[in-house]
Design a protein around this ligand. Structure first.
Ligand SMILES: Cc1cc2nc3c(=O)[nH]c(=O)nc-3n(C[C@H](O)[C@H](O)[C@H](O)COP(=O)(O)OP(=O)(O)OC[C@H]3O[C@@H](n4cnc5c(N)ncnc54)[C@H](O)[C@@H]3O)c2cc1C
Length: 328
């Protein structure tokens, strides 16, 4: 196979995933501009290969060396028009939060401090402290790697829901940019229980969020992790009623009509698993959903996560779902 310039072979992914897993990919390319998109499309057309798209690697778990091409999104650029902000997929999410505030546009404060790239934000519809990126999305621009053309999704076409979107089912779409609709007036979203209710301005709100995050979430640059390992399960009203009869103190929230979100952290804490270790991995003492990994391989981490999943199923009859994407 003839490799175009820019492509690397047998590439270590160690610096491209926040779990610091030392696996490699057969091929690796960084996508910096439109020309690169078409180059990658041509290459994939001429070579039948598996491929994976990555941003900052803060929500992926590598299971082994990857047989195929890893495409690192590095498309930059931020622009403003009235109350819309457009950002390239390779920008860091938190940089666009500060950039919006610098331009006196509001809404993203509660999403401060979420690691990772802009391009990944619509994939799992990132969210925190009562906000989700879908609250602000006007459209998402993608490049179809199979067809070699741009495809734009309006907010409704993105089919956003809790940690989900249409993009999870369309692995041939590479998000190139997103456009967000922000507000010229700051309105504090302080519904989340731990947030101070009196806030002076958006910068104070951001500071409050960053303070809470730093107390609860281990820094992935110091302790390798991917944030929440499990999604909060959504269950029916009848199932919740049954659980409440066995565990009256269970933590749950209304989700939508007759569906309830149960705190996955509560389930893990109830089984006394918070702060436990297993070999070189374990569950954070600060946050029951954060699994850390001190090994450069993922075997023990994945087997411990599966063990926890099994115990939750046995004790509460709830099937937890992984939040990060497993690459194998
Ligand atoms: C300490 C910590 C705290 C976190 N806190 C939160 C939180 O509060 N809320 C939250 O929602 N998440 C949180 N996360 C998870 C993570 O930050 C988000 O999921 C983030 O959006 C991942 O961005 P990334 O660029 O690292 O994506 P990656 O890990 O590189 O990729 C994640 C997924 O998106 C796909 N993808 C990435 N870029 C593109 C693209 N341009 N086009 C198409 N597909 C793409 C990948 O194929 C993969 O399936 C946390 C993670 C850590 C480590």
């Amino acid at each position: 196979m003839k490799l175009p310039r820019k492509f690397n072979s047998d590439f270590s992914l160690l610096e491209n995933n926040s779990l610091k897993l030392n696996y490699s990919s057969d091929l690796f390319v960084s996508c910096n501009n439109e020309e690169d998109l078409f180059l990658i499309h041509d290459f994939l057309k001429n070579n039948k290969l598996n491929y994976w798209i990555i941003g900052d690697g803060t929500n992926i778990i590598l299971k082994n060396n990857l047989k195929g091409l890893v495409i690192k999104n590095n498309l930059k650029g931020i622009s403003f028009y009235q109350n819309s902000m457009t950002a390239g997929a390779g920008e860091l999410w938190d940089d666009i939060v500060t950039s919006s505030l610098d331009n006196n546009l509001y809404g993203l404060e509660n999403l401060s401090g979420i690691p990772g790239s802009v391009g990944a934000s619509p994939i799992q519809n990132i969210g925190a402290y009562g906000s989700e990126v879908s609250d602000f999305v006007e459209y998402v621009e993608t490049f179809n790697l199979k067809k070699g053309r741009y495809e734009v999704f309006s907010k409704s076409a993105c089919k956003f829901s809790y940690r989900d979107s249409i993009f999870k089912k369309k692995s041939n779409l590479l998000v190139t940019k997103i456009c967000l609709n922000l507000s010229e007036k700051f309105k504090a979203n302080t519904h989340y229980e731990a947030l101070p209710k009196k806030v002076f301005d958006a910068r104070e709100q951001r500071k409050n969020i960053l303070t809470i995050r730093s107390q609860k979430l281990p820094n992935h640059k110091k302790i390798p992790n991917v944030g929440s390992f499990f999604k909060n399960p959504i269950i029916s009203e009848s199932k919740l009623k049954k659980l409440i009869s066995d565990f009256p103190e269970i933590k749950s929230y209304g989700f939508d009509e007759k569906k309830y979100k149960v705190s996955a952290a509560w389930l893990i804490e109830k089984l006394d698993l918070k702060g436990t270790t297993k070999g070189e991995c374990g569950i954070s003492k600060e946050h029951a959903l954060v699994f850390y990994n001190l090994s450069d391989k993922s075997d023990s981490l994945l087997s411990y996560a599966k063990e926890v999943k099994k115990r939750i199923k046995e004790n509460f009859d709830i099937a937890l779902e992984f939040e990060p994407k497993i690459f194998s």
